[in-house]
Design a protein around this ligand. Structure first.
Ligand SMILES: [Zn+2]
Length: 262
């Protein structure tokens, strides 16, 4: 099969691992931080070994806990804003409160890395006002998953390509053309590798893949649904290594570099 695809954007969400709480399970704050931090180290090792660049969307809370690690990521990769705290639920906040949280999060991380942040991805891919993002100097948003997954995403008719809205560039998470088959973290881990390669190759301009740093730690013995914990840790690292190896390393870049040239 001839591969027309030009660019692969690997992205990693780095946050306090609060997903068990979303499912009503207990996890201490120390453990939430520890799992995500150890995961970042696995991801960095993988990227550096392959000499490729990626984009990390980080929470300010995590960044304050591990400023050195965030600076280390920032030396080779792009840092984007994920949130102030991962539990932030913008649907329960007024406009001003959401604005304050996102703005504060951005300022905290920018102070740590001593660079401007231009990208945003919201926690759990919540919809957020582009007006707010615009006001705090965000240039692109990567929170749109243009697929349909019952009870989670209802974006079947949203664009798959980069588009602009309220002066924000939207870079959607990738799906296949027509059927909109997803390729985000759950799909990449739970479906065989050839599926992800197939969906990737059906795209021409770019693919944007989403992972979390915590997925690179084996959480299979945690009391969580099989879909969420399956193939985490070394299994995912090996799978992503195979995926990276399949493509030319020149195809991998950060979202900001991609948007500047496209
Ligand atoms: Zn997240």
């Amino acid at each position: 099969m001839e591969i027309k695809l030009k660019t692969i954007l690997l992205t990693f969400d780095v946050e306090e691992f609060d997903l068990p709480i979303e499912f009503g399970k207990d996890i201490s704050e120390d453990e939430q931080f520890e799992i995500s931090k150890n995961g970042v180290e696995e991801v960095l090792e993988l990227l550096n070994k392959n000499n490729i660049k990626a984009t990390f969307f980080v929470s300010a809370k995590f960044s304050e806990k591990y400023p050195e690690l965030i600076r280390e990521i920032s030396e080779d990769h792009e840092i984007g804003l994920h949130c102030l705290e991962h539990k932030d639920d913008y649907s329960k906040m007024g406009h001003d409160e959401a604005y304050e949280k996102i703005k504060t999060g951005k300022e905290i991380i920018e102070r740590i890395i001593d660079k401007k942040i231009i990208g945003f991805r919201s926690p759990r891919l919540q919809q957020i006002s582009y007006e707010i993002l615009n006001k705090i100097g965000i240039i692109y948003d990567s929170s749109l998953n243009p697929t349909y997954i019952p009870g989670r995403y209802n974006n079947f008719f949203s664009p798959r390509k980069v588009f602009s809205k309220n002066d924000i560039k939207i870079i959607p998470i990738s799906v296949s053309p027509i059927l909109r088959l997803p390729i985000f973290w759950l799909a990449f881990r739970n479906f065989p590798l050839f599926y992800s390669k197939y969906i990737t190759n059906r795209n021409k301009d770019f693919v944007c893949l989403v992972f979390h740093s915590w997925e690179f730690i084996n959480i299979e013995n945690m009391d969580l649904s099989r879909l969420i914990k399956r193939n985490t840790g070394k299994k995912l690292k090996k799978k992503l290594q195979k995926y990276i190896h399949y493509y030319k390393k020149e195809k991998f870049t950060t979202i900001s570099s991609y948007l500047m040239i496209s």
